[in-house]
Design a protein around this ligand. Structure first.
Ligand code: PLP
Length: 395
């Protein structure tokens, strides 16, 4: 920073989400006439369901133009509680549900609430980059939970438990996961929850934003279904991925009773409330037909079954099967390039946007993330272009 303005020291510790930079660069290249296939950004390539759009239009026409309660409109908090009970079979009190502008806000507030110098917060690495960024911002120590290819990028409960110290305040988990598509098996979650009984000072943030994107008949295991940790569990989910509503900025979370008030105070200090019409749209999404959600999951699965074998055919690339979300996270070490180098070359020279594994933490070196939230045709063209280019590099 030059000039007379002096930012606070903590601003130098705030990271970013490279996927947005890649998106901006891909769009700039496309504006210059380049044919770019975007496998970088993590958002469904589907439109929000029509009944959701209609509900927002009706809300505006009906005069829902003002502030709402900071916690969200009561019918939506009730609908979230009923929806979660139907999805996971666990009773949720609407008083513990908060409606926030996106899933990200729940993680920001949860980390702000627990993070300060001297505290430790555990987070998945490679993982969604905002966890590490905000932990560092608060001055807490970011303790990585290593996710390895050998275990399908799922953690081992005993390794996680072994890293807990008296200073650990918050444990962040994310399954199904971004950027790996990894899903933690139920046995490991059972073991983790059992072991947490010995560490009652640790709160858990379970990021379940991909809870409805699991493949091969797998069922989502929500941390909500473990009553023994409900007094210290923060559940993060939302509308972005499930209902193709990333731009509406709609998320919800379930908080333990004692944390509802601090979370709501953060909301009042930050954004006051979520856009009123968007909340009515969110209600329609939860209570209306779910056929589009199921169709999206089937389409993602079809693409997953196309992209993984295609990636495995590329020279120097191997890819384990992702079990959830809409990402593949191939190992690219055999190409001889670093993740960042390959990301940049694929975008600039091949016209395919991807995100370097290192954007998701230091342990992402040697991998790049492909989002398969794009048409089968585009995925096939992209991988074939990459294949030709990689072969030329070697030849
Ligand atoms: N959590 C994970 C793991 C994500 O991948 C994302 C978005 O990419 C989010 C949270 C944020 O979701 P939202 O767009 O609702 O803020």
């Amino acid at each position: 920073m030059t000039g007379a303005l002096q930012l606070s020291e903590k601003m130098s510790r705030l990271g970013t989400e490279t996927a947005f930079q890649v998106l901006a660069r891909a769009e700039a290249l496309a504006r210059d006439g380049r044919d770019i296939i975007n496998l970088g950004i993590g958002q469904p390539d589907f439109k929000s369901p029509p009944h959701v759009v209609e509900a927002a239009q009706k809300a505006l026409a009906d005069g829902h133009h003002g502030y709402t309660p900071a916690a969200g409109i009561p019918p939506l908090r009730e609908a979230v509680a009923s929806y979660l009970e139907a999805q996971h079979g666990s009773a949720v009190d609407p008083a513990n549900v908060l409606i926030f502008p996106g899933g990200k806000v729940t993680m920001f507030f949860a980390i702000l609430m627990f993070g300060e110098p001297g505290a430790e917060i555990m987070y998945p690495n490679p993982g969604f980059p905002i966890y590490e960024s905000v932990i560092n911002f608060t001055g807490a120590t970011a303790v990585p939970i290593r996710l390895l290819e050998e275990t399908g990028f799922a953690f081992k409960a005993e390794e996680v438990l072994a890293q807990i110290t008296p200073r650990t305040r918050l444990l962040i988990i994310n399954s199904p996961a971004n950027p790996t598509g990894g899903v933690v098996p139920k046995e490991e979650i059972d073991k983790l929850v059992a072991g947490l009984a010995d560490h009652p000072h640790v709160a858990i943030l379970s990021d379940e934003i991909y809870s409805r994107l699991l493949y091969d008949g797998r069922e989502h295991v929500s941390l909500l279904s473990y009553p023994e940790i409900r007094d210290r569990l923060i559940l993060l989910d939302g509308w972005s991925k499930t209902f193709a509503m990333t731009g509406w900025r709609m998320g919800y979370s379930v908080w333990p009773r004692d944390l509802v008030d601090p979370a709501e105070r953060l909301a009042v200090n930050c954004h006051s409330c979520v856009n009123a019409a968007a909340q009515w749209a969110g209600l329609a999404a939860l209570e209306g037909p779910q056929d589009q959600v199921d169709k999206m999951a089937r389409d993602f699965d079809e693409r997953r079954r196309a992209i993984v074998p295609a990636l495995n055919q590329l020279p120097g690339v191997t890819c384990v099967e992702p079990l959830g979300a809409f990402y593949a996270f191939p190992n690219i070490t055999g190409t001889g390039m670093s993740a960042r180098d390959l990301q940049d070359k694929l975008l600039e020279e091949v016209g395919v946007a991807t995100v370097a594994g290192t954007s998701f933490g230091a342990l992402g070196e040697g991998y790049i993330r492909f989002s398969y939230a794009n048409s089968l045709e585009n995925i096939e063209t992209a991988i074939s272009r990459i294949g030709t280019w990689l072969t030329d590099q070697n030849g």
